[in-house]
Ligand binder design. Structure first.
Ligand code: ATP
Length: 446
């Protein structure tokens, strides 16, 4: 059953944004199978409620699809996967002292996200060396590092590796690992509970190493940007270590204030590129060696040549083939690998008019009603045009259908497409917005 759970998690990873996956799904453990239902364990009451409310149906569907029959899922609070999180010898976790862990406190580091588990290739050697050098506190080294890559390429892995390394070498250091979204939520909660003072003190004075993920999430979140800029300034003045990760350069993140842009740009920017075939093959072989699963060279070579998008996809392929073989009680052969690869590749093609509209509304901070209204306000017209443009790029719908779904005539749709196309060619902010949104769509991130 553990293997089915592993492949259910692989499916969920494709459907849920990375930070939400890490926050909510990763800590869940398979508990038992009882009275025909699968029982899953969550770390605490809060996460149990949150996960069952928000992800319960999705998880049941994924189980049912893996098992080939309807599966009911029940939830308990209980032991979570010990191997997936770092266990400190003294029982210390990556939380700052004197704080009751709130619902959205820092994450635990993943045990396997260490330097020695990271396969270095030409695509990542600079980022790897920069991360290692920062962790090892080499003289003259920068205190801040900005890890840049598209999704699933190892930013979290490297930034957590820094956390592990520092805790191993300097066990008294206070290492805090958090996503930008959690930072914002925690800040909002602190305002609500009149504890903003405690929040500021926690990040500005009680943190030695800040690992901050997915900073592009703060696009358009003005209040949080202001608070984060001040936090970063305090940390930098105190010579603390900071690692950011993002899919975009600071200068390419839309609606980011200049102050924060400049703080983020102070970090040494290290890009991780797509690994080449040889590196992909080495990653697969390392994964196989660690999981003690043997797959033939032929299957490894096939996966490495087909799953070229990113490392997460590559690893999903590996987990997929081993899980399917174990479910069917068969060998991992090429035919089985082909069926798994086909599923992985097609699951990325679920972009619809609705998902485009939702994404655009979220990033331009407009409502769905506004987007499809008759409003001619520039603040609405621009997102509407971008949404129409993306709909044309990413779906097979005709201009008429796209126009109709925005309550517009075919001619207006055509005009919108031309306007955006022109903006994109002119390399202005339009282009940045379109690129930003396109990447999120392609990576299945809402
Ligand atoms: N060079 C590598 N060697 C071994 N494993 C890797 C490497 N790069 C990435 N991985 C693995 O790929 C998976 C995805 O990596 P990770 O979560 O770090 O990506 P990410 O860039 O942070 O993605 P996102 O932007 O979606 O958060 C992880 O299982 C990680 O261990």
């Amino acid at each position: 059953m553990d293997r089915i759970w592993t492949s259910v998690k692989t499916l969920l990873k494709e459907k849920i944004p990375g930070h939400s996956y890490r926050m909510w799904i990763e800590p869940i453990a398979f508990f038992e199978k009882k009275a025909g239902a699968v029982v899953l364990a969550c770390p605490n009451q809060f996460s149990k409620k949150r996960i069952s409310d928000h992800y319960g149906h999705l998880i049941e569907d994924a189980f049912s699809s893996e098992a080939g029959r309807a599966v009911k899922v029940r939830w308990v609070v209980g032991p979570t996967p010990a191997e997936s999180v770092r266990e400190d010898p003294k029982g210390r976790q990556m939380k700052l002292p004197d704080m009751d862990p709130p619902a959205n406190c820092g994450h635990l580091l993943r045990k396997d996200f260490t330097f020695d588990q990271f396969v270095v290739g030409k695509n990542s050697d600079f980022a790897y060396s920069a991360a290692l050098s920062l962790a090892a506190r080499n003289q003259g080294n920068q205190n801040a590092l900005y890890l840049l890559s598209k999704t699933g390429m190892g930013k979290s892995h490297l930034s957590q590796a820094v956390g592990h390394h520092i805790l191993d070498t300097f066990p008294r250091e206070r290492v805090y690992y958090i996503t930008a979204e959690d930072f914002m939520n925690e800040m909002t909660d602190s305002y609500r509970s009149s504890n903003i003072h405690g929040f500021k003190e926690k990040y500005r004075q009680k943190c030695d190493v800040l690992l901050l993920e997915d900073v592009h999430f703060l696009s358009g979140k003005n209040g949080t940007q202001e608070e984060l800029s001040n936090t970063l300034e305090s940390l930098m003045n105190a010579n603390k270590k900071i690692i950011y990760s993002s899919c975009y350069l600071p200068s390419d993140i839309p609606k980011l204030n200049d102050k924060l842009k400049s703080r983020l740009s102070c970090g040494l920017i290290s890009k991780i590129d797509t690994p080449d075939y040889k590196t992909r093959l080495r990653i697969l072989k390392r994964t196989a060696a660690t999981s003690k699963y043997t797959i033939s060279d032929e299957v490894c070579q096939y996966l490495a040549s087909e799953l070229t998008e990113d490392v997460r996809q590559l690893k999903s392929g590996f987990i997929g083939v081993t899980a399917k073989a174990s479910l069917l009680g068969s060998e991992v052969d090429l035919a089985l690998a082909r069926s798994v690869v086909k599923n992985i590749v097609t699951s990325r093609q679920g972009i619809t008019l609705d998902s485009i509209k939702r994404l655009v509304c979220k990033y331009y901070n407009v409502s769905l009603t506004d987007l499809t209204s008759r409003s001619r306000r520039q603040a609405i017209v621009r997102p509407r045009q971008v949404a129409m443009y993306l709909s044309r790029q990413y779906t097979d719908h005709s201009l008429q259908t796209i126009g109709k779904s925005f309550n517009r005539y075919h001619a207006t749709t055509l005009h919108a497409l031309k306007t955006v196309e022109k903006g994109v060619q002119e390399n202005g902010p339009f282009q940045k917005h379109v690129e930003f949104l396109s990447e999120r769509l392609e990576n299945g991130k809402g």
